[in-house]
Design a protein around this ligand. Sequence first.
Ligand code: PMP
Length: 443
Amino acid sequence: MGETLTMDTRESKVRSYSRAFPAVFHKALGATLWDESGRAYLDFLAGAGSLNYGHNNPRIIARMTEYIQNQGIIQGLDMMTRAKREFIEAFDHIILKPRQMNYKIQFPGPTGTNAVEAAIKLARKVTGRFNVIAFTNGYHGMTAGALAATGNVYHRRDYVGYSGGITFMPFDGYFGPDVNTIAYIRRFIEDSSSGLDTPAAVILETVQGEGGVNVAAAPWLQALQALCQEHGILLIVDDIQAGCGRTGEFFSFSESGIEPDIVTLSKSLSACGLPMSIVLIKPGYDVWEPGEHNGTFRGNNLAFVAATEALKQYWSSTAFTSQIESKARFLRSRLDAIAGRYSHLNVAVRGRGLMAGLSIDDHPELARSISAAAFHEGLILETCGNQDHVVKFLPPLIIESDELARGLDMVETAFAKAVKTHSDAANSAADLTGDTLHDCSQA
Ligand code: PMP
């Protein structure tokens, strides 16, 4: 109790997840979190996508424990260490080579936003241009450069007026399925009177995580790549949330066949929740001067050890991708069933792999109520989207099938309860005004 008071009164108001999930958590394993009182919660948020391999994955923890017990280096700046060498070798042998990918690896500061800053800065240096295209509903981080590329004004409001050299363009489907937004972007790039400075780069998420689980179709990505290549514009894929297996393959863009010039990775890369980021750079674009993009915390060696273990354990064969895909099919079928049951509320299913969303466009307020009701049931479930109208599903990729099913049962209960509460409230308001409202709990 004393602790809660301290957190409520001493911790800055900026805190966020603790408001949506008001428990004091204490232990975690796999897809489960326990609070101080011992109550268990299934975790469909997975550290905002940073715990794809689950909490305290036993093999990864065992490897880290062994490393620490043998006085392994924890902080290595960007010096050469055995842990870093083993990570680079594993990344090269297990991830890059089998995919015929040739990239240099930069270690920026440890958070995702650091990687995005480095990527944007490098693209400007390579091309000698400043403007960068980012997309509606994109999210790239909270430091000035990455923030400028983040669509939602809630985060940018103290920077309104600061463009940061970013121009926003419509993402795939932004104007609905019938408008080809690549044609729109092409026109801006090719008309010297459009007002758009030829960009250094285009930065995008192939599946927008915070912006509402919006999926870019493969042909759209291919057309974007072709447009970039025609005009010498670098293509940056921010795979911080959608990468590391979240959509099935290790990289979210593999399915489309595109080859980005720069890729940012973070979140689940360290496999255990420790901060670690990398920027993958096509070798010809590695034009950094030594130390030009510095940072104290670029050598989180314990994270390197954990990351290496995860690469070996999960990515040495295609078995993990098959498991993710089969769980994703199950998730999709359950979400389709929910959407069908509430079709009168215009609920749509979005996503790829184990990154999914239920979007409730006509009743955006329902999404938060569903998240709150799910928490009551014992499930951590986040919302996202420009109106917070999408219930977001990011279970750990290692989740057991029965846990996934149990979590989805809780989602169904939470959905029904939230809909009932809203329709009761709407009907009592109608009683007061004498109107008769449609009963939205009719499912
Ligand atoms: N890019 C994407 C796609 C993200 O989802 C996030 C985090 N939600 C970031 C960048 C920023 O990462 P971080 O919070 O570690 O700075």
